[in-house]
Design a protein around this ligand. Structure first.
Ligand code: DGT
Ligand code: CA
Ligand code: CA
Ligand code: ZN
Length: 558
C-alpha cells in the first residue's frame, strides 16, 4: 500500500494520462475528464487515501466511478491498468512534445511513429542532425515552428505563471483557515503583487501561539516536506511543486511582517526599512507619510510620486462590459444566451460575441454564411438579461496583413477584433507592415492580445511598439489587455506605454465559457499596474458612449 502518495502526485498521474490520451488520439471527452479530475484532486484538502478508505472518492468534483477506480489502483499500486496499457503503446515522454507551441497531438504522434522521437531532447537531436528535413516528416513551415518553439522552451525562466500559482495559493489559504480559524493568514510576495510569474509563494500568519500554528501546518496535507527554519519561519512544497515561504508573527506585528513579506524588494528599499511591531499595513505607511499602497503598485517607482492618483485607478466594478468572447459557434463551451446571462450576472451592460473567423479551422472558425446565421441568433438574444449584444468576430490577420473576411462581411459586423495568431516569428519589418495594415484597416476596432505572447510558453512578436502605439493612437484602434492568465497581453509595461502614447485600452477575458469571465481580476490588476483610469479603458465607458464610439468608427447596426 503506497498510502503516502500525495494528492499532488495522484493528480500528476491523472493529468499525464489525460494528456497521453490526447496524443493517442483517444476521445477528447475522456482526456478532458482526466484533466479535470486532476485539477480538483490536486487542490483537494483531504488526503485521497482517507476518502478511498471511506469509499467516498466519487464525492470529489469531477471524479466518477471510472476515475475513482483508477485512483484506488494508484493508491494501492502506484499506477493503474489503463495507463500502463497506454504507455506500452506510446511512451509517456511523448507528451513533452506537445509543450511546444504549435505542436499538437497529431504532430507529436507523427514524430514518434515516423522517427521514434519521444522527448524534447530527442527532438532537438533530430533537428540538429537534419533528420526532420531529410525525412520530410514535417513540412518546412512546421519544422520551423518546432525549431522556434523548442528554442522558446529552452529560454523559459522556470518561474510559475501567476495563473497557475494563484489557485494554489487560494486553496492553501482556505485549507489553513479551516484548520486554524483563530489565526489570520494572508498571501504576500510577488503573487500578492500580481506579478505575471512567481518564484515562490509567500504567506504571513498572525498567531497567539506560534508552536500551535506550526503544529497545525504540519497537519495540512497539501503542504508537503515542511521544515521549520526559524522561530516563525516554515517552508514546504505546495501542489504543482511550488515552494511556500510562511512567516508566522504575533498579531501586534502583523502589519510590519506583511509589508516586509509583500515587497517588492525595490519598494522596500525606497521606503528604507519597515519599522517593527506595527499591527497594520496602514500604520506602516502612515509612518512614511503615505496612504496604504495597494500591493500591485509596490514596484519601487511611481507609487512614491503618483500615490494621490491611486483612488482614481480602474477597479473591477468599473468594468461595464467586454468585447471579446467565444461561444459554441466556434471553440467556446457555452451558448450565446448563456454567455449573455453570465455577463449580466457580473453587472455588465454590453457583450461583444466574437467567435473565430474561417481560417482558424482548429478553433471551428466561422465562414461568412455561418457568421450570418450566428448573427440571427445574436440578434434574437440581444438584451437578454439586459445585456446589449454586439455581433462581432475575432478575425484572423493573414501573413500579408489582410483580414480573413471580405469587406462586405466586415462592414456588417457590430465590432471587429483582429488577431495575429500565426506568423508571429516574422522579422520585425514584415510584422510591423502587417500590423500597420491592420491598424489602418477602417473595419478593425480592436487588436486582441497584441504581442501574442503565451507566458512561459511563447514569446511575443518582435514589434516596434513605439511605432505601433503611434499608429494605433492615430487610427483610434483600441488595444487589448487580454486578461487570460496564460496571456496577460498587453503586459502592464506595454499597456502603460500605449496609454501614454494616446491609445485607447480595452480589458477582455477572451472568455470561452461562462466561468471564463472570472479572470477579469487578472486583467484589472494588469491595468492598475499600468496606472490606468476608467476613462482610458473603452469597456469602462457607459454603454451609450461605447455605442457612439462604434458608430463613429462606421460600425453598422450598433
Ligand atoms: P518571487 O518569489 O521571486 O516571485 O518574488 P518575491 O517578491 O515574492 O520575492 P521573495 O519570495 O524572494 O521574497 C518575498 C519578499 O520578501 C520580497 O518581495 C521582499 C522581501 N525580501 C526578500 N529578499 C529581500 C532582500 O534581499 N531585501 C529586501 N529589502 N527585501 C527582501
Ligand atoms: Ca515569492
Ligand atoms: Ca519567498
Ligand atoms: Zn479569442
Amino acid at each position: 500500500m503506497t498510502a503516502s502518495l500525495s494528492n499532488d502526485a495522484i493528480a500528476r498521474l491523472l493529468e499525464r494520462h489525460g494528456r497521453l490520451l490526447v496524443v493517442a488520439g483517444e476521445s477528447a471527452f475522456r482526456a478532458r475528464a482526466f484533466e479535470r479530475a486532476a485539477e480538483s484532486v490536486r487542490l483537494y484538502p483531504e488526503p485521497l487515501a482517507r476518502l478511498a478508505e471511506r469509499g467516498e472518492l466519487t464525492s470529489i468534483p469531477g471524479v466518477g466511478e471510472g476515475i475513482a477506480y483508477a485512483i484506488s489502483q494508484i493508491l494501492a499500486t502506484g499506477a493503474f491498468p489503463a495507463h500502463e496499457e497506454l504507455t506500452r503503446r506510446i511512451p509517456e515522454s511523448v507528451v513533452e512534445l506537445t509543450a511546444i507551441p504549435g505542436v499538437g497531438a497529431k504532430t507529436a504522434l507523427k514524430l514518434y511513429s515516423t522517427l521514434g522521437i519521444d522527448s524534447l531532447d530527442a527532438l532537438e537531436s533530430a533537428l540538429e542532425a537534419g533528420e526532420i528535413a531529410r525525412t520530410m516528416a514535417l513540412s518546412a513551415r512546421m519544422a520551423e515552428t518546432v525549431r522556434a518553439g523548442l528554442a522558446a522552451i529552452r529560454r523559459r525562466t522556470g518561474r510559475t505563471p501567476l495563473g497557475a500559482a494563484r489557485p494554489v495559493a487560494e486553496a492553501f489559504l482556505a485549507a489553513f483557515s479551516r484548520a486554524r480559524p483563530q489565526d489570520r493568514i494572508a498571501l504576500a510576495g510577488s503573487a500578492r503583487r500580481w506579478e505575471v510569474t512567481i518564484g515562490d509563494l509567500d504567506f504571513v500568519i498572525a498567531s497567539d501561539d506560534i508552536d500551535d500554528t506550526v503544529a497545525a501546518l504540519a497537519e495540512i496535507p497539501m503542504l508537503e516536506g515542511q521544515a521549520r527554519s526559524g522561530a516563525g519561519e516554515v517552508t514546504g512544497q505546495l501542489p504543482g511543486g511550488i515552494r511556500a515561504d510562511i512567516t508566522i508573527t504575533s498579531p501586534a506585528a502583523w502589519g510590519s511582517a506583511l509589508a516586509r513579506a509583500t515587497g517588492s524588494a525595490a519598494h522596500l528599499e525606497r521606503l528604507g526599512g519597515i519599522p517593527d511591531g506595527l499591527a497594520s499595513e496602514e500604520a506602516v505607511y502612515v509612518t512614511f507619510g503615505l496612504p496604504w499602497i495597494p500591493p500591485e503598485l509596490r514596484a519601487g517607482g511611481q507609487e512614491f510620486a503618483r500615490w494621490r492618483e491611486i483612488p482614481e485607478l480602474v477597479t473591477i466594478d468599473a468594468i461595464n462590459g467586454e468585447f471579446h468572447a467565444h461561444t459554441t459557434w466556434s471553440d467556446g463551451g457555452a451558448s450565446i444566451v448563456d454567455m449573455a446571462r453570465a455577463a449580466a450576472s457580473r453587472g455588465y451592460t454590453l457583450l461583444g460575441i466574437t467567435d473565430h473567423s474561417q481560417s482558424l479551422g482548429v478553433a471551428g472558425g466561422l465562414n461568412s454564411e455561418r457568421l450570418a446565421a450566428q448573427r440571427l441568433e445574436i440578434d434574437a438574444a440581444d438584451m437578454t438579461a439586459g445585456v446589449k449584444l454586439l455581433a462581432g468576430a475575432e478575425v484572423e490577420v493573414h501573413r500579408d496583413g489582410t483580414l480573413d473576411y471580405d469587406d462586405e462581411t466586415l462592414a456588417a459586423l457590430d465590432v471587429v477584433v483582429a488577431s495575429l495568431h500565426t506568423g508571429l516569428r516574422q522579422p520585425r519589418e514584415e510584422l510591423m507592415a502587417r500590423l500597420e495594415r491592420v491598424l489602418r484597416n477602417p473595419h478593425v476596432d480592436i487588436i486582441a492580445h497584441p504581442s501574442g505572447r503565451l507566458i512561459e510558453r511563447r514569446e511575443g512578436g518582435d514589434f516596434d511598439w513605439d511605432r505601433a502605439f503611434a499608429i494605433a493612437a492615430e487610427t483610434g484602434t483600441a488595444l487589448e489587455i487580454n486578461a487570460d492568465p496564460a496571456r496577460l497581453d498587453l503586459d502592464p509595461t506595454l499597456a502603460e506605454r500605449a496609454s501614454a502614447a494616446g491609445c485607447l485600452i480595452t480589458v477582455n477575458c477572451d472568455a470561452h465559457s461562462t466561468s471564463g469571465f472570472a479572470v477579469m481580476e487578472y486583467g484589472v490588476a494588469m491595468a492598475r499596474k499600468a496606472w490606468l483610469k476608467p476613462e482610458q479603458i473603452l469597456n469602462c465607458w457607459p454603454r451609450e458612449r461605447i455605442l457612439e464610439w462604434l458608430a463613429a468608427r462606421g460600425r453598422s447596426s450598433s
